[in-house]
Design a protein. Structure first.
Length: 213
């Protein structure tokens, strides 16, 4: 197996949370008097704590507090992306190490890992509170790799967002872009494919290409 250390984004990669996050953000923008599209949310707000300002809401803290009021009650509705658990189990069976590196707050993700039954498969979990700089800065990837005891040449970053791939590039690490067709409502396909990921997949089970199946 080429890689031993697998770094996964959470929202939109392992957790099928975009169908919950995006509409909640659209509604929150409306409350601040700003009309936005789902594509604008995907391009500017997902994985970006400065996103509200980019779309015309200057008080980002107030925006995310309001959004959290909508989102927190819905977090138990988040499911795993199809194939996610099987892929994680396969990696562990092959004695690989797994980290989740997310821009989301720890509390928003840790409870999901438990009720979805995958907490025991995760070796390292890092969230917003664990770093000073967010993706595309490579800090969270390098910190996770250090905690895993791994090396860059034995590691791969898997994510659905441009900042995941850019962070991997900045870390000098290989990357996989997870981009199912349904994500075209959130992200521009051309922009996603131009990011330079080493592999682009539409289904997590396609990761078997990495370990030669």
């Amino acid at each position: 197996m080429k890689y031993k250390y697998f770094l996964f984004d959470w929202d939109g990669t392992l957790g099928d949370s975009l169908p919950i996050w995006v509409p909640a953000f659209v509604e929150t923008f409306k409350e601040f008097g700003v009309e936005v599209t789902e594509r604008e949310i995907g391009e500017h707000v997902i994985a970006n704590w400065n996103g509200p300002a980019e779309l015309g809401v200057t008080d980002a803290d107030a925006f995310f507090r309001k959004a959290a009021e909508k989102l927190l009650p819905m977090l138990p509705e988040v499911k795993l992306v199809p194939g996610a658990k099987a892929v994680l189990e396969k990696i562990k069976k092959m004695e690989g190490k797994i980290a989740i590196v997310t821009t989301s707050k720890r509390e928003w993700v840790e409870s999901a890992l438990k009720y979805l039954g995958i907490a025991n498969l995760i070796d390292v979990f890092l969230g917003k509170e664990d770093v000073r700089k967010y993706k595309p800065d490579p800090e969270i990837l390098l910190k996770a790799l250090d905690k895993l005891g791994g090396t860059k040449d034995g590691a791969v970053m898997i994510g659905d967002h441009k900042k995941d791939i850019e962070a991997a590039n900045n870390a000098g690490m290989d990357s996989v872009l997870f981009f199912p067709k349904r994500y075209e409502r959130y992200y521009d396909r051309g922009k996603q494919l131009s990011l330079g990921a080493d592999l682009v997949i539409e289904d997590l089970e396609e990761l078997r290409q990495i370990w030669g199946e």
